[in-house]
Design a protein around this ligand. Sequence first.
Ligand code: F0G
Length: 458
Amino acid sequence: MTVPFLEPFRIKVVEPIKMTTKAERVAILKSAHNNLFKVPAEDVFIDLLTDSGTNAMSDRQWSAMMLGDESYAGAKSFLKFEKAVADILGFPHVLPTHQGRAAEGMLFGTLVKPGQYVPNNRHFDTTQANIAEIGAYPVDLVVPEAEDSAIDLPFKGNMDLERLEAFINEVGAENIPMGMITITNNSAAGQPVSMGNIRQTGEIYHKYGIPFFIDACRFAENAWFIKQRDQDYAKKSIHEIVREMFSYADGCTMSAKKDAIVNIGGFIGLRDEELKLRIAQKLIIHEGFITYGGLAGRDLEAVAQGLYEGIDPDYLNYRESHTRYLGEVLEAAGMAVYKPTGGHAVYVDAGVTLPHIPPSQFPGAALANALYIEGGVRTVEIGSLMFGHDDPDTGEPVYAPNELLRFAIPRRVYTRSHLDYVGKVAKELMKNTDSIRGLKITWQPELLRHFLAELEWV
Ligand code: F0G
């Protein structure tokens, strides 16, 4: 096993966590209707549900928060935030939002009409749902290698450029109000997208007059992977790589809860002032005035500082090797780890790990629940519970391309011994996988069912 790059920080504030007994966890999960989203956080020992908003902020971020200017309009904190976004991402215009999905809602709500299509390498659950809610169609066009969890390639998050162009010709550019790419590709195991692929995706969209937006949540991790895996960028700084990635796009939606290392926040980055003013009308109704957009001034301060910390190469080196280490630990425990490991999470192919459970019985969710009972570790299914649905025409079930279980790592929160503990729990569980049963849904809402669904062991 490789030794991870040392944590480039020391701990100043601690938050106690407490272990429950196995019998308690069985009861807790039962009263949560077998859905880990409904389990109280204090009953979780190691929480790898998400890397979103679960980050530990730095002393500099906390002290910046004291400088928060809470003015309704034109706050100093907004100007600092605007300057940081312009400096790091290169977008001259920015609209703050309370988190990423609000940025998506405002942008799609302005540009997308019912019956239209929005392509992406692969949409995440909220972008998909925000588009579907309008009555438009989210379309996933990731490279086919993304679906092979065993093949080790550098940029499995890429857009399939041939399919993208064929798709535009098939439905007509006039029916595609905007196109996207997600970096890193969260629904495709957190895999990065290459610089060439971002550039060519932009070129294709622009050839057909389609505005190009980047879903930028984990842009710094994507830039780190480009630096590591593409010789041409080995000598460039992360800042330079980030600026080049965004130079190909007309704008971005960002959840600052990821690579800006904060607990809440998001934004829309834009080049076009006219579009900014169109989106602003919606923003003022739903989020707040254009210089705070659903955030406090202190939150804007924390994002402005966090954006710089997120592109620090020592931090990114630690981040990638810490995640890779968890991948090695889980593989040693006998789980089918998706290759290569992503930046923010390790994804386990639950379909391969639990071959006796069919997609209709959600092997990812079954494995997640078993891990919770075994050791109080919370993970999240990214498979057919999240992305499966019934075909609207035939009523037949449609399953996700892979039944993945994601171990997402909050930034700067857990130490290597926490990861070793997760490995120990996984190893214990893997001794007797036959006893893990599948799950069936007893109740589900119409959209984003995984958050609220109730399930029963088969
Ligand atoms: N886009 C991607 C690729 C995401 O991963 C997320 C959130 C969003 C958009 C929405 O951002 O949560 O701030 O509204 N992903 C989290 C996760 C929730 O667990 O992966 P948000």
